[in-house]
Design a protein around this ligand. Structure first.
Ligand code: LLP
Length: 417
Protein backbone atom coordinates (compact mmCIF):
# COMPACT_ATOMS: atom_id res chain seq x y z
CA UNK A 1 0.00 0.00 0.00
CA UNK A 2 2.17 2.80 -1.31
CA UNK A 3 0.34 6.03 -2.08
CA UNK A 4 0.61 9.77 -1.84
CA UNK A 5 -1.13 11.52 1.03
CA UNK A 6 -1.01 15.20 0.30
CA UNK A 7 2.30 15.21 -1.53
CA UNK A 8 4.12 12.68 0.61
CA UNK A 9 4.54 9.09 -0.47
CA UNK A 10 3.46 6.74 2.32
CA UNK A 11 3.68 3.03 2.96
CA UNK A 12 0.40 2.34 4.73
CA UNK A 13 0.21 5.13 7.34
CA UNK A 14 3.93 5.80 7.53
CA UNK A 15 5.55 8.58 5.46
CA UNK A 16 8.57 7.15 3.64
CA UNK A 17 10.46 10.33 4.56
CA UNK A 18 10.15 9.34 8.22
CA UNK A 19 11.65 5.93 7.57
CA UNK A 20 14.52 7.51 5.65
CA UNK A 21 15.14 9.97 8.49
CA UNK A 22 15.16 7.27 11.17
CA UNK A 23 16.73 4.32 9.34
CA UNK A 24 18.75 5.96 6.57
CA UNK A 25 18.98 4.97 2.92
CA UNK A 26 19.06 2.80 0.91
CA UNK A 27 16.33 0.85 2.68
CA UNK A 28 13.84 -1.77 1.56
CA UNK A 29 10.33 -1.05 2.83
CA UNK A 30 7.58 -3.68 2.89
CA UNK A 31 3.86 -3.35 3.58
CA UNK A 32 2.44 -6.07 5.82
CA UNK A 33 -1.08 -5.28 4.61
CA UNK A 34 0.03 -5.86 1.02
CA UNK A 35 1.70 -9.16 1.89
CA UNK A 36 -1.45 -10.39 3.58
CA UNK A 37 -3.74 -9.16 0.81
CA UNK A 38 -1.59 -10.87 -1.84
CA UNK A 39 -1.65 -14.17 0.05
CA UNK A 40 -5.39 -14.00 0.61
CA UNK A 41 -6.02 -13.30 -3.07
CA UNK A 42 -4.39 -16.64 -3.95
CA UNK A 43 -6.11 -18.50 -1.16
CA UNK A 44 -9.50 -17.18 -2.28
CA UNK A 45 -8.85 -17.87 -5.97
CA UNK A 46 -8.10 -21.52 -5.16
CA UNK A 47 -11.00 -21.99 -2.75
CA UNK A 48 -12.72 -24.45 -5.10
CA UNK A 49 -9.89 -27.02 -4.92
CA UNK A 50 -7.95 -28.48 -1.99
CA UNK A 51 -4.74 -26.48 -2.12
CA UNK A 52 -1.63 -25.24 -0.41
CA UNK A 53 -0.11 -21.93 -1.47
CA UNK A 54 3.63 -22.52 -1.11
CA UNK A 55 5.32 -19.11 -1.02
CA UNK A 56 8.55 -19.30 -3.05
CA UNK A 57 11.00 -18.04 -0.46
CA UNK A 58 13.59 -17.20 -3.10
CA UNK A 59 11.62 -14.07 -3.96
CA UNK A 60 12.18 -12.55 -0.51
CA UNK A 61 13.65 -14.57 2.34
CA UNK A 62 13.41 -11.99 5.11
CA UNK A 63 12.40 -13.84 8.28
CA UNK A 64 9.62 -11.36 9.04
CA UNK A 65 8.17 -11.83 5.56
CA UNK A 66 8.25 -15.61 5.90
CA UNK A 67 6.64 -15.31 9.33
CA UNK A 68 3.87 -13.09 7.96
CA UNK A 69 2.97 -15.79 5.43
CA UNK A 70 3.33 -18.61 7.94
CA UNK A 71 0.79 -16.79 10.12
CA UNK A 72 -1.60 -16.82 7.16
CA UNK A 73 -1.25 -20.61 6.94
CA UNK A 74 1.04 -20.55 3.92
CA UNK A 75 3.22 -23.41 2.76
CA UNK A 76 6.68 -22.74 1.33
CA UNK A 77 8.75 -23.58 -1.72
CA UNK A 78 12.46 -23.82 -0.92
CA UNK A 79 15.50 -24.37 -3.11
CA UNK A 80 18.33 -24.73 -0.60
CA UNK A 81 19.25 -25.78 2.91
CA UNK A 82 19.59 -22.10 3.73
CA UNK A 83 16.00 -21.44 2.73
CA UNK A 84 14.92 -24.47 4.76
CA UNK A 85 16.66 -23.07 7.82
CA UNK A 86 15.09 -19.66 7.28
CA UNK A 87 11.63 -21.20 6.89
CA UNK A 88 11.98 -23.23 10.07
CA UNK A 89 13.42 -20.29 12.01
CA UNK A 90 10.46 -18.17 10.93
CA UNK A 91 7.98 -20.77 12.14
CA UNK A 92 6.96 -22.48 8.90
CA UNK A 93 5.10 -25.78 9.12
CA UNK A 94 7.56 -28.34 7.66
CA UNK A 95 4.64 -30.44 6.46
CA UNK A 96 3.83 -27.65 4.03
CA UNK A 97 7.32 -27.28 2.54
CA UNK A 98 8.30 -28.44 -0.95
CA UNK A 99 11.94 -28.56 -2.03
CA UNK A 100 12.93 -27.88 -5.66
CA UNK A 101 16.30 -27.33 -7.35
CA UNK A 102 18.63 -29.11 -9.77
CA UNK A 103 21.59 -29.35 -7.40
CA UNK A 104 20.31 -30.54 -4.03
CA UNK A 105 23.21 -31.78 -1.95
CA UNK A 106 23.36 -34.59 0.55
CA UNK A 107 23.39 -32.36 3.63
CA UNK A 108 20.42 -30.38 2.29
CA UNK A 109 18.45 -33.55 1.59
CA UNK A 110 19.26 -34.84 5.04
CA UNK A 111 18.13 -31.64 6.75
CA UNK A 112 14.88 -31.62 4.80
CA UNK A 113 14.19 -35.28 5.57
CA UNK A 114 14.82 -34.73 9.26
CA UNK A 115 12.52 -31.69 9.21
CA UNK A 116 9.78 -33.85 7.66
CA UNK A 117 8.95 -31.77 4.59
CA UNK A 118 5.93 -32.42 2.37
CA UNK A 119 7.86 -33.43 -0.75
CA UNK A 120 11.04 -33.22 -2.77
CA UNK A 121 10.58 -32.04 -6.32
CA UNK A 122 13.17 -34.24 -8.00
CA UNK A 123 14.83 -32.85 -11.11
CA UNK A 124 17.00 -35.68 -12.52
CA UNK A 125 17.67 -39.44 -12.41
CA UNK A 126 20.95 -38.80 -10.60
CA UNK A 127 19.20 -36.79 -7.91
CA UNK A 128 16.57 -39.52 -7.54
CA UNK A 129 19.26 -42.06 -6.74
CA UNK A 130 21.10 -39.72 -4.41
CA UNK A 131 17.92 -38.97 -2.48
CA UNK A 132 17.08 -42.68 -2.20
CA UNK A 133 20.56 -43.31 -0.84
CA UNK A 134 20.32 -40.53 1.76
CA UNK A 135 16.83 -41.55 2.90
CA UNK A 136 17.86 -45.23 3.01
CA UNK A 137 20.88 -44.44 5.15
CA UNK A 138 18.66 -42.53 7.59
CA UNK A 139 16.08 -45.32 7.60
CA UNK A 140 13.50 -42.89 6.23
CA UNK A 141 11.26 -42.65 3.17
CA UNK A 142 11.52 -39.52 1.09
CA UNK A 143 8.21 -38.23 -0.33
CA UNK A 144 8.80 -37.27 -3.96
CA UNK A 145 7.32 -35.67 -7.02
CA UNK A 146 9.20 -35.54 -10.28
CA UNK A 147 9.51 -32.10 -11.79
CA UNK A 148 8.48 -32.47 -15.40
CA UNK A 149 9.26 -30.16 -18.20
CA UNK A 150 6.14 -29.64 -20.29
CA UNK A 151 8.08 -27.84 -23.07
CA UNK A 152 5.83 -24.82 -23.16
CA UNK A 153 7.12 -21.37 -24.02
CA UNK A 154 6.12 -19.05 -21.16
CA UNK A 155 6.92 -15.98 -23.31
CA UNK A 156 8.94 -14.28 -20.62
CA UNK A 157 12.58 -13.21 -20.23
CA UNK A 158 14.87 -16.12 -21.28
CA UNK A 159 16.70 -16.09 -17.93
CA UNK A 160 13.46 -16.81 -16.06
CA UNK A 161 11.95 -19.30 -18.48
CA UNK A 162 12.28 -22.77 -16.93
CA UNK A 163 10.03 -25.29 -18.67
CA UNK A 164 11.38 -25.54 -22.21
CA UNK A 165 13.32 -28.44 -23.71
CA UNK A 166 16.64 -26.65 -23.52
CA UNK A 167 16.15 -25.75 -19.84
CA UNK A 168 18.34 -27.20 -17.09
CA UNK A 169 15.25 -27.76 -14.93
CA UNK A 170 13.06 -30.83 -14.56
CA UNK A 171 12.95 -33.89 -16.78
CA UNK A 172 11.30 -34.09 -20.20
CA UNK A 173 7.67 -34.97 -19.71
CA UNK A 174 8.07 -37.89 -22.15
CA UNK A 175 10.79 -39.38 -19.95
CA UNK A 176 8.79 -39.01 -16.75
CA UNK A 177 6.97 -42.37 -16.84
CA UNK A 178 10.25 -44.21 -16.97
CA UNK A 179 11.66 -42.23 -14.05
CA UNK A 180 8.52 -42.80 -11.97
CA UNK A 181 8.87 -46.55 -12.70
CA UNK A 182 12.44 -46.35 -11.48
CA UNK A 183 11.37 -44.45 -8.35
CA UNK A 184 8.79 -47.12 -7.56
CA UNK A 185 11.56 -49.71 -7.31
CA UNK A 186 13.43 -47.71 -4.64
CA UNK A 187 11.95 -48.51 -1.22
CA UNK A 188 13.40 -45.37 0.39
CA UNK A 189 11.24 -43.22 -1.89
CA UNK A 190 7.51 -42.67 -1.73
CA UNK A 191 5.89 -41.27 -4.85
CA UNK A 192 3.34 -38.68 -3.77
CA UNK A 193 2.99 -36.22 -6.61
CA UNK A 194 3.87 -34.50 -9.85
CA UNK A 195 5.51 -31.09 -10.20
CA UNK A 196 6.05 -28.63 -13.02
CA UNK A 197 7.26 -25.06 -13.42
CA UNK A 198 7.45 -23.17 -16.69
CA UNK A 199 8.71 -19.73 -15.82
CA UNK A 200 8.32 -16.51 -13.96
CA UNK A 201 6.69 -13.12 -14.69
CA UNK A 202 4.06 -14.63 -16.99
CA UNK A 203 1.67 -12.02 -18.24
CA UNK A 204 -0.68 -14.39 -20.02
CA UNK A 205 -2.57 -17.41 -18.77
CA UNK A 206 -2.35 -19.57 -21.88
CA UNK A 207 1.14 -21.03 -21.29
CA UNK A 208 -0.05 -22.17 -17.86
CA UNK A 209 -3.14 -23.74 -19.40
CA UNK A 210 -1.05 -25.62 -21.99
CA UNK A 211 1.42 -26.87 -19.38
CA UNK A 212 -1.23 -27.93 -16.91
CA UNK A 213 -3.12 -29.85 -19.60
CA UNK A 214 0.02 -31.91 -20.16
CA UNK A 215 0.47 -32.48 -16.46
CA UNK A 216 -3.14 -33.61 -16.23
CA UNK A 217 -2.55 -36.24 -18.91
CA UNK A 218 0.55 -37.39 -17.07
CA UNK A 219 -1.37 -37.82 -13.81
CA UNK A 220 -3.80 -40.13 -15.65
CA UNK A 221 -0.96 -42.15 -17.18
CA UNK A 222 0.76 -42.49 -13.81
CA UNK A 223 -2.38 -43.66 -12.09
CA UNK A 224 -3.02 -46.16 -14.88
CA UNK A 225 0.38 -47.60 -14.01
CA UNK A 226 -0.53 -47.90 -10.35
CA UNK A 227 1.26 -44.85 -8.92
CA UNK A 228 -0.49 -42.98 -6.17
CA UNK A 229 -0.60 -39.27 -6.94
CA UNK A 230 -1.89 -37.09 -4.13
CA UNK A 231 -0.26 -33.76 -4.90
CA UNK A 232 0.00 -31.82 -8.12
CA UNK A 233 2.39 -28.88 -7.91
CA UNK A 234 1.57 -26.47 -10.71
CA UNK A 235 4.53 -24.13 -10.26
CA UNK A 236 5.04 -20.41 -9.87
CA UNK A 237 2.55 -17.65 -9.71
CA UNK A 238 1.32 -14.77 -11.76
CA UNK A 239 3.41 -11.99 -13.18
CA UNK A 240 2.97 -8.53 -11.71
CA UNK A 241 2.54 -5.04 -13.11
CA UNK A 242 5.87 -3.22 -12.92
CA UNK A 243 4.65 -0.69 -15.44
CA UNK A 244 1.84 -1.11 -17.95
CA UNK A 245 1.73 -4.92 -17.98
CA UNK A 246 -1.67 -6.47 -17.38
CA UNK A 247 -1.08 -9.85 -15.78
CA UNK A 248 -3.98 -12.30 -15.58
CA UNK A 249 -6.26 -11.97 -12.58
CA UNK A 250 -6.18 -14.34 -9.63
CA UNK A 251 -9.70 -15.40 -10.57
CA UNK A 252 -8.57 -16.45 -14.06
CA UNK A 253 -5.60 -18.31 -12.57
CA UNK A 254 -7.91 -20.05 -10.09
CA UNK A 255 -10.35 -21.03 -12.82
CA UNK A 256 -7.56 -22.45 -14.99
CA UNK A 257 -6.37 -24.52 -12.03
CA UNK A 258 -9.84 -25.76 -11.24
CA UNK A 259 -10.25 -26.74 -14.91
CA UNK A 260 -6.94 -28.59 -14.98
CA UNK A 261 -7.05 -30.33 -11.62
CA UNK A 262 -10.39 -29.76 -9.93
CA UNK A 263 -11.63 -33.28 -10.61
CA UNK A 264 -8.33 -35.11 -10.09
CA UNK A 265 -8.85 -35.78 -6.40
CA UNK A 266 -5.51 -34.19 -5.52
CA UNK A 267 -4.26 -31.35 -3.37
CA UNK A 268 -3.02 -28.64 -5.68
CA UNK A 269 0.19 -26.86 -4.74
CA UNK A 270 1.25 -23.56 -6.27
CA UNK A 271 4.55 -21.77 -5.71
CA UNK A 272 4.04 -18.05 -6.21
CA UNK A 273 6.90 -15.79 -5.24
CA UNK A 274 6.96 -12.49 -7.09
CA UNK A 275 3.22 -11.85 -6.95
CA UNK A 276 3.12 -12.31 -3.15
CA UNK A 277 5.85 -9.79 -2.40
CA UNK A 278 6.80 -7.78 -5.50
CA UNK A 279 4.40 -4.89 -5.23
CA UNK A 280 4.49 -5.01 -1.43
CA UNK A 281 7.98 -3.53 -1.40
CA UNK A 282 9.95 -0.48 -2.49
CA UNK A 283 13.58 0.49 -2.31
CA UNK A 284 14.06 3.89 -0.75
CA UNK A 285 17.07 5.85 -2.00
CA UNK A 286 18.43 9.37 -1.69
CA UNK A 287 19.76 11.55 -4.48
CA UNK A 288 23.46 12.24 -3.93
CA UNK A 289 24.32 14.37 -6.96
CA UNK A 290 22.87 15.62 -10.19
CA UNK A 291 25.26 15.38 -13.08
CA UNK A 292 24.88 16.70 -16.61
CA UNK A 293 26.94 14.41 -18.83
CA UNK A 294 27.88 15.29 -22.39
CA UNK A 295 24.95 13.28 -23.78
CA UNK A 296 22.76 12.45 -20.79
CA UNK A 297 21.54 13.76 -17.49
CA UNK A 298 22.29 11.57 -14.50
CA UNK A 299 20.60 11.38 -11.15
CA UNK A 300 23.17 9.72 -8.90
CA UNK A 301 21.51 7.98 -5.94
CA UNK A 302 22.83 6.04 -2.96
CA UNK A 303 21.26 2.73 -4.10
CA UNK A 304 22.95 0.72 -6.83
CA UNK A 305 22.97 -2.49 -8.83
CA UNK A 306 24.34 -4.32 -5.81
CA UNK A 307 21.13 -3.44 -3.93
CA UNK A 308 18.69 -4.08 -6.81
CA UNK A 309 20.17 -5.89 -9.77
CA UNK A 310 17.01 -6.43 -11.83
CA UNK A 311 17.39 -3.36 -14.11
CA UNK A 312 21.03 -4.23 -14.86
CA UNK A 313 20.53 -7.98 -15.22
CA UNK A 314 17.21 -8.22 -17.07
CA UNK A 315 16.79 -4.64 -18.28
CA UNK A 316 13.79 -4.74 -15.99
CA UNK A 317 11.57 -1.71 -15.57
CA UNK A 318 10.93 -0.40 -12.05
CA UNK A 319 8.80 2.67 -11.60
CA UNK A 320 10.62 5.44 -9.73
CA UNK A 321 8.61 7.93 -7.71
CA UNK A 322 9.69 11.05 -5.86
CA UNK A 323 8.91 10.64 -2.16
CA UNK A 324 7.86 14.32 -2.11
CA UNK A 325 5.60 14.92 -5.07
CA UNK A 326 7.01 17.73 -7.18
CA UNK A 327 5.15 21.02 -7.15
CA UNK A 328 5.64 21.48 -10.85
CA UNK A 329 8.24 21.46 -13.59
CA UNK A 330 8.40 19.35 -16.70
CA UNK A 331 9.59 15.76 -16.62
CA UNK A 332 12.94 15.24 -18.32
CA UNK A 333 14.54 11.94 -19.28
CA UNK A 334 17.33 11.01 -16.90
CA UNK A 335 19.40 7.97 -16.04
CA UNK A 336 19.05 7.05 -12.39
CA UNK A 337 22.40 5.53 -11.50
CA UNK A 338 24.27 4.31 -8.45
CA UNK A 339 27.85 4.79 -7.28
CA UNK A 340 29.17 1.45 -8.60
CA UNK A 341 32.06 1.37 -11.05
CA UNK A 342 30.18 -0.17 -13.96
CA UNK A 343 28.26 1.45 -16.76
CA UNK A 344 25.67 -1.26 -16.18
CA UNK A 345 24.92 0.22 -12.79
CA UNK A 346 21.56 1.88 -13.34
CA UNK A 347 18.10 1.69 -11.84
CA UNK A 348 16.47 3.40 -14.82
CA UNK A 349 17.60 4.71 -18.17
CA UNK A 350 16.12 7.56 -20.19
CA UNK A 351 13.33 7.82 -17.67
CA UNK A 352 11.21 10.96 -17.62
CA UNK A 353 11.33 12.24 -14.04
CA UNK A 354 10.12 15.51 -12.59
CA UNK A 355 12.94 17.78 -11.43
CA UNK A 356 14.80 16.43 -8.40
CA UNK A 357 17.55 17.92 -6.28
CA UNK A 358 20.44 16.48 -4.29
CA UNK A 359 19.08 15.24 -0.97
CA UNK A 360 15.64 14.31 -2.36
CA UNK A 361 14.27 10.85 -1.72
CA UNK A 362 13.16 8.47 -4.45
CA UNK A 363 11.23 5.21 -4.16
CA UNK A 364 12.06 2.43 -6.58
CA UNK A 365 8.76 0.58 -6.76
CA UNK A 366 7.88 -3.12 -7.09
CA UNK A 367 11.13 -4.06 -5.39
CA UNK A 368 9.72 -6.56 -2.89
CA UNK A 369 10.55 -9.59 -5.04
CA UNK A 370 14.06 -10.54 -6.17
CA UNK A 371 15.38 -7.32 -4.67
CA UNK A 372 17.21 -7.74 -1.39
CA UNK A 373 17.68 -11.48 -2.00
CA UNK A 374 19.80 -10.74 -5.05
CA UNK A 375 21.78 -7.98 -3.36
CA UNK A 376 25.54 -8.31 -3.05
CA UNK A 377 28.41 -6.53 -1.39
CA UNK A 378 30.00 -5.52 -4.70
CA UNK A 379 32.25 -2.49 -4.32
CA UNK A 380 32.30 -3.29 -0.58
CA UNK A 381 28.86 -1.82 -0.08
CA UNK A 382 26.97 -2.93 3.02
CA UNK A 383 23.54 -4.29 2.09
CA UNK A 384 20.51 -2.11 2.88
CA UNK A 385 18.29 -2.20 5.95
CA UNK A 386 14.78 -3.68 5.64
CA UNK A 387 11.69 -2.26 7.28
CA UNK A 388 8.24 -3.79 7.70
CA UNK A 389 5.32 -1.38 7.96
CA UNK A 390 2.13 -2.34 9.74
CA UNK A 391 -0.41 0.46 9.76
CA UNK A 392 1.11 3.42 11.57
CA UNK A 393 4.08 1.50 12.98
CA UNK A 394 7.24 0.23 11.40
CA UNK A 395 10.03 -2.07 12.48
CA UNK A 396 13.52 -2.58 11.19
CA UNK A 397 13.35 -6.29 10.39
CA UNK A 398 16.86 -6.48 9.05
CA UNK A 399 19.59 -4.14 10.20
CA UNK A 400 21.73 -2.36 7.67
CA UNK A 401 25.02 -4.20 7.29
CA UNK A 402 28.04 -2.60 8.89
CA UNK A 403 31.56 -2.27 7.58
CA UNK A 404 32.56 -4.97 10.11
CA UNK A 405 29.91 -7.29 8.64
CA UNK A 406 31.68 -6.92 5.30
CA UNK A 407 34.92 -8.34 6.66
CA UNK A 408 33.45 -10.99 8.96
CA UNK A 409 35.20 -14.34 8.53
CA UNK A 410 38.24 -12.95 6.75
CA UNK A 411 41.78 -13.38 8.01
CA UNK A 412 45.19 -12.33 6.79
CA UNK A 413 47.48 -15.39 6.80
CA UNK A 414 50.66 -15.47 8.88
CA UNK A 415 52.80 -15.50 5.74
CA UNK A 416 51.60 -11.99 5.01
CA UNK A 417 52.17 -10.61 8.48
N1 LLP B 1 8.97 -22.26 -8.14
C1 LLP B 1 10.09 -22.48 -8.85
C2 LLP B 1 10.55 -23.86 -9.03
C3 LLP B 1 10.79 -21.40 -9.41
O1 LLP B 1 11.88 -21.63 -10.13
C4 LLP B 1 10.32 -20.08 -9.22
C5 LLP B 1 11.04 -18.94 -9.77
C6 LLP B 1 9.15 -19.90 -8.45
C7 LLP B 1 8.50 -21.01 -7.94
C8 LLP B 1 8.57 -18.57 -8.17
O2 LLP B 1 8.08 -17.99 -9.34
P1 LLP B 1 7.34 -16.57 -9.32
O3 LLP B 1 5.99 -16.76 -8.69
O4 LLP B 1 8.18 -15.64 -8.50
O5 LLP B 1 7.24 -16.17 -10.72
N2 LLP B 1 15.25 -13.29 -10.32
C9 LLP B 1 14.23 -13.28 -11.35
C10 LLP B 1 13.16 -14.31 -11.11
C11 LLP B 1 13.67 -15.73 -11.03
C12 LLP B 1 12.56 -16.71 -10.86
C13 LLP B 1 13.08 -18.09 -10.82
N3 LLP B 1 12.14 -19.07 -10.40
C14 LLP B 1 13.66 -11.87 -11.45
O6 LLP B 1 14.11 -10.99 -10.73
O7 LLP B 1 12.80 -11.61 -12.27
Amino acid sequence: MFDYRSDDLHCEDVPLARIAAEVGTPTYVYSLADLRAAYRAYDRALAAVPHVVCYAIKANDTLAVIRAFAREGSGFDIVSGGELARALRAGADPQRIVFAGVGKQVDEMEAALRAGILMFNVESPAELEALAAVAGRLGMRAPIAIRVNPDVDPRTHPYISTGMKKSKFGVAIDAALELYAKAATLPALEIVGVDCHIGSQLTSISPFVDAWARVRVLVGDLRARGHRIRYVDLGGGLGIAYGDETPPTHAAYGRAIADAAGDLDVTVLVEPGRSLVGNAGALLARVVYLKAGAAKRFVVVDAAMNDLIRPSLYEAFHDIRPVKRAAGGDAHPVDVVGPICESGDFLAQDRPLPPVAAGDLLAVMSAGAYGFVMASNYNARPRPASVLVDGARFDVVRARETIDDLMRGETIPASLE
